[in-house]
Design a binder for this molecule. Structure first.
Ligand SMILES: *Cc1c(COP(=O)(O)O)cnc(C)c1O
Length: 421
């Protein structure tokens, strides 16, 4: 459920007409709904009721300061994957003891900065990384709390580019080597082992892969405890999928996911952490664009819009589907049309949809890409010297630009000319 609905023949974001935002901000832009962000966070929080837990929003999905502050105000922790994300989380007022640091390539500088600023735990992905965290912790005279990310070798049954829990993926250490790696960790004086971490992929639409992974984590917890390790926290990653179309089978709900966690891991009396990103932000955001031309090709109509792959790369990168709707609601009974929907960038990959059947639109009409809140704005670039796409946050009947569009001068002036030119 989200808060982008037609009212009086127009698309609204909560109580604001999307056309009103477009008139003020220009197109293209991202628009997020506060109520939807909050609702999705609460669904996870409530799904884990009865277990000690922390929902750490995976902020790589959408990391604007205003979004982070909205979630932090509800008590969210953050899952960060870089020193930059850590700095953003701190800047948004998230305390260090609610920030977990994931990722396969943490550098010594990033580890130092987070240990100084305060960190809930490192999710360690390799033995070389373990050595570096140990060395930096000793240098600073602190002890770094860690979990080890285990790779359970399960098939997440998702797009290959976002599956992370198979042995061929770069993530984590093989679960078969876990005992050895935990023994090594326990021997390093700068580290304190506190738990286990697992994250098997993104946009999972079934519970079965989670179940297989969490059962392996449960067994590992018992084995590691038997070896004398204190396993008190289980970080279960993110990955629960969202419905990108209205027609397909809906993915499991957070409450069903929460029940699975209770069933597979509840008996261990561990504190539970989860790291949802997409399910919190995905359906809480739309990308709004304007039709520039309808161009009749030989056998198809091209809808050429002012948004492009640099603004929303998911279709080009993951063959992702986004529902695309006109901002002005079509008259009931009007005949649908078929379009290839493309941006102006000079690449054939700059195609959002082929042979998409939808309500008819014409030049200058606004359209909205639904479910664009996660992995949308954060992956935007200025390719083709297109200004970085702005972001807007709606809250009831108010809206605010939370990242403005840069001017062309600002973009040009970021370049510097060497003295020999
Ligand atoms: C990307 C990622 C997440 C979030 O995944 P979603 O599919 O957006 O929920 C959580 N944890 C880790 C370690 C990740 O890399």
């Amino acid at each position: 459920m989200d808060h982008f609905l037609y009212r009086h023949g127009e698309l609204y974001a909560e109580d604001v007409a999307v056309s009103e935002i477009a008139a003020e901000v220009g197109t293209p832009f991202y628009c997020y709904s506060t109520a939807t962000l909050e609702r999705h966070f609460r669904l996870f929080d409530e799904a884990l009721d009865g277990m000690e837990h922390l929902v750490c929003y995976a902020m790589k999905a959408a990391s604007n300061q205003a979004i982070l502050k909205t979630l932090a105000a509800l008590g969210a922790g953050m899952d960060v994957v870089s020193g930059g994300e850590y700095a953003r989380a701190i800047a948004a007022g998230v305390p260090g003891d609610r920030i977990v640091f994931s990722g396969v390539g943490k550098t010594a500088d990033e580890i130092r900065a987070t240990l100084k600023g305060g960190i809930r735990q490192f999710n360690v992905e390799s033995e070389p990384e373990m050595e570096v965290i140990n060395a930096v912790a000793l240098e600073l005279g602190v002890v770094a709390p860690i979990t080890v990310r285990v790779n359970p070798d399960v098939d997440a049954k998702t797009h290959a580019k976002i599956a992370t829990g198979k042995s061929e993926n770069k993530f984590g250490i093989p679960i078969s080597r876990a005992k050895e790696v935990y023994a090594h960790a326990a021997s390093l004086p700068g580290l304190k082992v506190i738990g286990i971490d697992v994250h098997i992929g993104s946009q999972l639409t079934q519970l079965e892969p989670f179940k297989m992974a969490y059962e392996k984590v449960a067994a590992l917890t018992e084995e590691l405890r038997a070896e004398g390790h204190e396993i008190k926290r289980l970080d279960l990653g993110g990955g629960l999928g969202i419905p990108y179309t209205r027609s397909n089978d809906a993915p499991p709900l957070p409450v069903e996911y929460g029940q699975l966690i209770k069933d597979t891991l509840g008996h261990l009396n561990c504190e539970i952490e989860i790291e949802p990103g997409r399910l919190i932000a995905g359906n809480a955001g739309i990308m709004v664009s304007k039709v520039i031309y309808i161009k009749e090709g030989e056998d198809r109509s091209f809808m050429i819009i002012d948004g492009a792959m640099n603004d929303l790369i998911r279709p080009a990168m993951y063959e992702a589907h986004h529902d695309i709707i006109p901002v002005a609601e079509a008259t009931p009974g009007v005949e649908k049309q078929q379009y290839d929907i493309v941006g102006p960038v000079c690449e054939s990959g700059d195609t959002f949809a082929k042979e998409r059947v939808m309500d008819p639109v014409g030049a200058d009409d606004l359209i909205a890409f639904r479910s664009a809140g996660a992995y949308g704005a954060v992956m935007a670039s200025e390719y083709n010297s297109r200004p970085l796409i702005p972001e807007v946050l709606v809250h009831g009947d108010q809206f605010a630009v939370i990242r403005r569009r840069p001017t062309l001068d600002e973009m040009i002036n970021r370049d510097t000319i060497p003295e020999w030119l």
